[in-house]
Design a protein around this ligand. Structure first.
Ligand code: ADP
Length: 152
C-alpha cells in the first residue's frame, strides 16, 4: 500500500497537491509584440518564458529565451519581427489545468524538456474552444515545492 513506506508517502503527497495550489503568476504578451519588446519584458519581469495571447486573451503560443536568442543572433531587425514568428504554437503547447497534480506538471516538464507550462482554463469564444491563461508552473515552482516539502 502506497502510504506505508517513505516513497509511497512522497508519491501520495505530490499527487495530492494541485496545480491550483502551486501555480505562479504568468507573464503574458500579445502576438503582435516585437521580438525586441519581448526581450525587454524578459528582463523587466525577470522570467525565462513568455506566454503569447490573442486579442481576446486566449493562449496561442509560448516564447522562450532560446527562441528569442536564435532570431536575435541572425540578421533580422528584431524591432520589426513579431514574436508570433518565433514562438511555439497551439496545438503544440504542453499545458496543465488547475485540477491536475504537482506530479503531473513536473512529469510534463521533464518529459517534454521545457522550463514552463501555462496553466489553462477552457473557455468557448464564438463556438470555438479557446484557453485562458490563469497561471504558470515552471521548474522554479517545482523546486520551491520540493524545498517546502523538505522543511518538516
Ligand atoms: P529555453 O529556450 O530557455 O531553453 P525551454 O527549454 O522551455 O526554454 O524551451 C525550449 C523550446 O520549447 C522553445 O522552442 C520553446 O518555444 C518551447 N517551449 C517552451 N515551453 C513550452 C511548452 N509549455 N509547450 C511547448 N513548447 C514549449
Amino acid at each position: 500500500y502506497a502510504g506505508k513506506n517513505p516513497k509511497g508517502l512522497i508519491s501520495e503527497k505530490i499527487r495530492s497537491i494541485k496545480v491550483s495550489e502551486i501555480k505562479a503568476v504568468p507573464v503574458v504578451i500579445r502576438e503582435e509584440t516585437s521580438v525586441y519588446d519581448a526581450i525587454v519584458t524578459l528582463f523587466l519581469e525577470d522570467v525565462g518564458t513568455l506566454f503569447v495571447v490573442q486579442e481576446d486573451g486566449s493562449l496561442c503560443g509560448v516564447v522562450s529565451r532560446k527562441d528569442l536568442l536564435k532570431i536575435a543572433i541572425g540578421n533580422a531587425d528584431i524591432k520589426q519581427v513579431p514574436v508570433s514568428v518565433v514562438m511555439t504554437r497551439m496545438p503544440n503547447l504542453v499545458t496543465v489545468t488547475l485540477d491536475e497534480s504537482a506530479y503531473d506538471a513536473a512529469r510534463k516538464i521533464v518529459e517534454h524538456q521545457v522550463d514552463a507550462l501555462p496553466v489553462i482554463r477552457p473557455k468557448e469564444v464564438d463556438g470555438k474552444q479557446k484557453y485562458e491563461v490563469v497561471g504558470k508552473v515552471t521548474k522554479t515552482t517545482i523546486t520551491k515545492l520540493f524545498v517546502e516539502l523538505g522543511k518538516d
